[in-house]
Design a binder for this molecule. Structure first.
Ligand code: DUC
Ligand code: ZN
Ligand code: ZN
Ligand code: ZN
Length: 472
């Protein structure tokens, strides 16, 4: 036979096109796209299904140290299994540099955790928490050459946040090593002040996580990050944008000619701060940063997906168990929201939520769906066109999607290590039914069909934004 596998009869969707064709796969790569491809060792029937590039979730947290006594609910096995069940073939977790450690030490630890355990391909963004001269001058340029072409900095979280002079130095180092920088934008000092006020007033319930991290704290930090990037003259990514005012900062920076990318997440489209107000500590299930806002902010984020303020739609999957003293229900967390670990699971539900609430409602078309969930991630983070599209020469990472399948989201189906999903009971239309990773059928009907360990680590090229393009 001339192909190892042919995917037959489906409707191919890329960021540019929608058309009917078969896909011929050999040695894990797409080698032919055409009508009625013949001769294959194996045929996969895609009749009635959309065939899309596998989802790329470029913002997930897996096995990240999160404070004393706190355990993240996913390791690389469960985190990438959940990603796979949700139609993803590549995820990009963070590799956290702990203060006092080198980036190399951090990487050694994460690679050891990931090796042999992944259901999807993976690649790491480096979180720089300790920008020493060695990190900035030696490690960043060396690692960039080895394929670690993105780094992340935080403006919030004690122990993680960088001050403005440190951010400037890190941006400058990234510019010299040609790495793109992701920035978590919230004003730490303002949040510390508000947390203190809430506790002084006895307002310690999970809901006050949201009132102590207001839009102004996000908007101000977004403006500051963009200004610092303008001063250094280097591209940045504003991650997990939750509201209109931060979006306006992104739009204004673009008008000034800055090269930037904007990202939003499912929680800002379908959750609100009211979810944090549930009784019996249930609100803790929705504690993440920035917090979900209100209906008006949801509408703004939807418009940003439609009109191009956002290039990326990621999960910010950051799972903690609810009914577990190592998760949301720590003894201290029950006393004050300050101690509740920040983050919610979402890697499995990212695609279905956008498809159901975005494509099915007519807010975005199929091409935009693929751009936001796959193609733009590959372009921004140096994986395109190996990943993120359906083209001859690309990896045969394919998600076969049933656009009519109706599902009620329930935690049991999601494959992650968390004991809840914030989207429990949500009705969606559209769900991934088969996934191919480099030509192998790895998921069918909600079950991984090959074991863990098929996922590979991906070194990356430079970002399109670094390579001179003004937008993705
Ligand atoms: N926000 C979260 O909710 N979790 C992970 C880290 C972050 O910035
Ligand atoms: Zn050195
Ligand atoms: Zn963040
Ligand atoms: Zn995050």
């Amino acid at each position: 036979p001339s192909f190892d596998t042919v995917v037959r009869g489906g409707t191919i969707v890329t960021a540019a096109d929608v058309y009917q064709a078969d896909i011929g796969i050999t040695d894990g790569k797409i080698v032919a796209i055409g009508r009625d491809l013949q001769e294959a060792a194996k045929s996969i029937d895609a009749t009635g299904l959309l065939v899309m590039p596998g989802g790329i979730d470029s913002h997930v947290h897996i096995a990240q140290p999160s404070g004393e006594g706190i355990v993240m609910a996913d390791d690389f096995e469960s985190g990438t299994r959940s990603a796979l069940l949700g139609g993803n073939t590549t995820v990009m977790p963070f590799c956290l540099q702990q203060k006092g450690d080198t980036l190399r030490e951090a990487l050694k630890g994460y690679h050891a955790l990931a090796e042999g355990n992944c259901f999807t391909d993976i690649s790491f963004h480096m979180i720089v928490s300790d920008p020493t001269p060695h990190v900035l001058g030696q490690e960043m340029p060396a690692l960039a050459e080895e394929g670690y072409t993105s780094i992340k900095v935080f403006m919030t979280y004690e122990g993680l946040r960088l001050r403005d002079d440190e951010i400037l130095a890190t941006l400058d180092a990234a510019k010299r090593s040609r790495q793109v920088v992701l920035v978590h934008c919230e004003n730490e000092d303002a949040i510390r002040y508000l947390i203190g006020r809430r506790e002084a007033d006895g307002d310690t319930a999970p809901y006050h996580h949201a009132t102590s991290r207001p839009i102004a704290a996000e908007r101000e930090a977004t403006h500051r990050a963009l200004s610092l990037a303008e001063i250094v003259d280097t591209p940045i990514v504003i991650v997990h944008v939750s509201n209109r005012e931060a979006m306006e900062e992104i739009s204004r920076a673009r008008l000034r000619g800055q090269k930037i990318a904007g990202e939003t997440c499912p929680q800002y489209l379908v959750l609100t701060a009211d979810d944090l107000d549930l009784e019996d500590f249930e609100g803790a299930k929705f504690v993440c940063s920035p917090p979900p806002r209100d209906k008006e902010s949801q509408d703004a984020c939807w418009s940003g997906l439609e009109n191009g303020v956002f290039d990326l739609y990621s999960s910010d999957h950051c799972p903690f168990r609810f009914d577990d003293p190592g998760g949301k229900k720590t003894e201290k967390g029950m006393q004050s929201f300050r101690w509740i670990p920040n983050g919610i699971p979402g890697v499995a539900t990212r695609l279905p939520i956008l498809f159901s609430e975005g494509v099915k409602t007519g807010r975005i078309d199929l091409n935009r769906f693929v751009a936001l969930t796959s193609t733009n991630h590959a372009k921004l983070y140096g994986l395109y066109p190996q990943k993120g599209t359906i083209a001859v020469g690309s990896d045969a990472d394919l998600t076969l999607w049933d656009p009519e399948l109706r599902k009620t989201i329930t935690n049991d189906d999601l494959g992650h290590g968390a004991d809840y999903t914030p989207y429990e009971g949500m009705e969606v239309t559209g769900w991934p039914v088969k996934v191919l990773l480099r030509g192998d059928l790895v998921m069918e009907k909600g079950v991984p069909v090959l074991g863990k360990g098929r996922g590979r680590y991906l070194p990356r090229k430079r970002s399109n934004l670094i390579n001179g393009e003004t937008s993705l």
